[in-house]
Design a protein around this ligand. Structure first.
Ligand code: ADP
Ligand code: ASP
Ligand code: MG
Length: 450
């Protein structure tokens, strides 16, 4: 039996947290591969280094903040000195990369910067495991996680991953517990890449698939998947069991608990997933599997922030064919992926997610100018997408009344329903988003007792 366990940023934030995770592994002999995020706060600091032109002092401060986070863990270990030397090597590489980034600003250097956090947390965690007398090995995931060169959102070569895992990783797993990095990979030119923010969940699922694991456990800071983000509503309730399809839908629509792509490998290879809290491993969690007995109409409310709405309008669209194809071609040429779409006679509204989580304008002036050759264009930011996730929503009487009744005072910018039986979603202003989620969650899950 092989279980792959993924530990997120808060689970490896400090020494106590790491120790809890080490005990989880020690208590589960089938857990032979652990995939780690960077310690909480480290990736955000690295994002600042990777994205902005900042003065030397500020850059030195940021690197020092990262050093402090890591030293606060290493000081509890007997091998502190040796470990700090290894951390210092990574930090000095980071300093060089950040110097380079400050002058050149390339996506390639950006990814090399972002990947430093996972390298440090895994080095340290390996020693925490060893301090519990567990036979364990540090493994650089770049040896197996071959990706393309789309820095910041690289795609993994799943076939190559599988064959390299059979060759390099499985023999090590035979010998002891293997500790490796989530989130990062390497392209064919041996440049470090990353899979997108929150990507460690996805790495773990890919590695579970590639090693033929029997199960995957995602250890995080909440006791499973809730009916909505517990940080938004204190009435959110944990979901004991959920299907791959429903959980994937939640992740796609912004439930941060899982990276949106996590369930693709799990579904493809039918690997059951458990989501639980590393702070309270005895508290149970959510089991995600192919089918579940209970398929409620309403499963959850999800929220995705930082959405962009583009409206294109042209009288030439009336009864004309081929107009949308031209719009789509322009967007495809700029590698923009449309999220939602609604149309009326002479106008079309399109939404765009910002998967890199940055506020940088997705729709550049170039895109707008090219679209303006065809039509009038308006671009709106500051919007959030609220999604009601459930089952058979296309055949649910009274759905509209149920969803919109208690939020009639809110300006709804766009509604999408009908394409999928599993969701109804709409855009609201960022400022209204939390309240809308709370009210909607109360209406669907608290008042109705669903
Ligand atoms: P990790 O660092 O372990 O990957 P994340 O911060 O990425 O953890 O994800 C866990 C967080 O996801 C929770 O603290 C919670 O605020 C948020 N979250 C959003 N939606 C949900 C949901 N439906 N159920 C549980 N947690 C959710
Ligand atoms: N450390 C990365 C991030 O914060 C990846 C992850 O935690 O999943 O986005
Ligand atoms: Mg996460």
């Amino acid at each position: 039996m092989l279980n792959v366990a993924k530990f997120g940023g808060t689970s490896v934030a400090d020494f106590e947290a790491m120790l809890r995770c080490a005990h989880i592994i020690k208590n589960q002999p089938e857990t032979k591969l652990a995939v780690l995020s960077a310690s909480a706060g480290v990736t955000n600091a690295l994002v600042t280094l990777a994205q902005t032109f900042i003065d030397d002092d500020t850059r030195a401060d940021i690197i020092n903040q990262i050093r402090v986070i890591q030293h606060n863990i290493t000081r509890h270990l007997d091998c502190e000195e040796l470990l700090n030397l290894k951390i210092e090597q990574i930090l000095s590489e980071l300093k060089q990369l950040s110097d380079l980034q400050n002058t050149l600003q390339t996506a390639q250097t950006g990814d090399a910067i972002l990947a430093c956090g996972e390298q440090m947390s895994t080095l340290i965690f390996t020693e925490v495991m060893k301090s519990l007398d567990v036979e364990c090995y540090y493994f650089d995931v770049r040896n197996v996680m071959l990706t393309d060169s789309m820095y910041g959102k690289a795609s993994v070569d799943v076939t190559e991953l599988k064959s390299r895992c059979q060759q390099l990783l499985l023999p090590l797993i035979e010998k002891g517990v293997v500790i490796t990095q989530g989130f990062m990979g390497q392209d064919e030119h041996n440049h470090t890449t990353t899979l997108g923010r929150g990507g460690s969940d996805y790495s773990a699922a890919l590695l579970a698939e590639a090693t033929g694991a029997d199960s995957l456990a995602i250890w995080t800071d909440v006791v499973g998947i809730f009916t909505t983000d517990p940080r938004i509503s204190n009435k959110a309730r944990p979901i004991p069991e959920i299907s791959f399809g429903e959980a994937a839908e939640m992740a796609t629509f912004g439930a941060k608990i899982l990276h949106p792509a996590t369930l693709i490998p799990a579904m493809r290879s039918d690997i059951p997933v458990f989501v639980g809290s590393s702070k309270d491993p005895q508290a149970g969690g959510t089991k995600i599997s192919q089918t579940v007995d209970y398929r409620p109409t309403y499963r959850a409310v999800a929220l995705r922030r930082e959405q962009t709405l583009v409206t294109v309008k042209s009288p030439a669209m009336l009864h004309a064919s081929g107009f949308l194809a031209k719009v789509f071609e322009i967007l495809a040429n700029h590698q923009l992926s449309i999220d939602l779409i609604t149309t009326s006679e002479i106008s079309v509204a399109l939404t765009f997610d910002n998967p890199l989580g940055s506020t940088q304008a997705l729709i550049t002036q170039n895109v707008v100018e090219e679209l303006e050759q065809l039509c009038e264009v308006s671009v709106e930011h500051g919007l959030s997408l609220v999604a009601v996730i459930g089952n058979d929503l296309d055949a649910t009487e009274g759905l509209g009344a149920n969803v919109f009744e208690n939020i009639s005072n809110v300006n709804i910018r766009l509604i999408c329903h009908g394409a999928s039986p599993n969701n109804l979603c709409f855009l609201v202003n960022e400022n209204d988003a939390n309240q809308v989620v709370k009210t909607l969650h109360d209406k669907l899950f608290v008042a109705s007792g669903e």
